[in-house]
Design a protein around this ligand. Structure first.
Ligand code: PGA
Length: 260
């Protein structure tokens, strides 16, 4: 089953409203006639309104980088999914490894945030992936099992199918050392097999799995033509229009070539 390519840019804690709006405009101009794939960008929360304003009627999506599990209340500094939705987001990243490692988001909290995303009318981009020491200890599959079963275990099948998973090996994030296409495919195939074992078949068929970790134009083609790699979650290389557009072009070109 052909799954539509989905490339998302995670701008992390970069680009205030003015710079974010500028990058959004550049992307809109370049991708205005794009119908071949889904594209989303995730600005910092305060830049979301400026980006949404620039991307109106562009077909490009805006994502939050995180959300609080509750809809409102005394949680100083937190942003609920409901506000992201009201501001114009359609997606939200959940369980990014930086949240897990630097902010203490554990699997149980990630599971709550996935549910909170659906409650708010947002589609979660749920990040999973192993650290280098876990991989070296042969724990890749056990780590994925644990992260997937806690975060997705309680979902109805139609919600599960609407999740985007991002396989992001922690050792590849921001390091310049991407997983090889074979390593990515192996992990993605394992994830798809896990989905087949836990949900009706349509979930594994429909759910898109992005690869994330040092994706750039030079490696995007080889990664995005792997059978179970349905897109990319891009950090550093999403901060400049030329770099991000280069990834999109390389991915589309390689997919066209591999099908002809
Ligand atoms: P990177 O980040 O592309 O800079 O490695 C990916 C991510 O954190 O999603």
């Amino acid at each position: 089953m052909a799954r539509r390519l989905f490339i998302a840019g995670n701008w992390k804690m970069n680009l205030g409203p003015a710079q974010a709006a500028g990058l959004a405009l550049e992307l809109k101009a370049a991708l205005a006639s794009n119908t071949a794939l889904d594209v989303a960008v995730a600005p910092v929360a305060v830049s979301i309104p400026a980006v949404v304003a620039k991307l109106k009627h562009s077909g490009l999506h805006v994502a939050g980088q995180d959300l609080h599990a509750e809809a409102s209340g005394a949680f100083t500094g937190a942003v609920p999914g409901e506000h992201l939705r009201e501001a114009g987001c359609t997606y939200v990243i959940v369980g990014h490894s930086e949240r897990r490692q630097l902010f203490g988001d554990d699997d149980a909290l990630v599971a709550k945030k996935v549910k909170a995303a659906f409650r708010a009318g947002l589609l979660p981009i749920l990040c999973v992936g192993e650290t280098l020491s876990q991989r070296q200890a042969g724990q890749l599959e056990a780590v994925l099992d644990q992260q997937l079963s806690v975060a997705m275990g309680g979902l109805a099948a139609d919600q599960a199918a609407a999740v985007t998973l991002a396989y992001e090996p922690v050792w590849a994030i921001g390091t310049g050392h991407n997983a090889t296409p074979e390593q990515a495919q192996e992990a993605h195939a394992y994830i798809r097999g896990w989905l087949r074992g836990h949900f009706p078949a349509f979930v594994a068929d429909q759910l898109r799995i992005q690869y994330g970790g040092s994706v750039k134009a030079s490696n995007a083609g080889a990664l995005l033509t792997q059978p179970d790699v349905d897109g990319a979650l891009v950090g550093g290389a999403s901060l400049k229009a030329a770099d991000f557009l280069g990834i999109i072009e390389a991915g589309l070109a390689a997919r066209r070539a591999s099908r002809s």
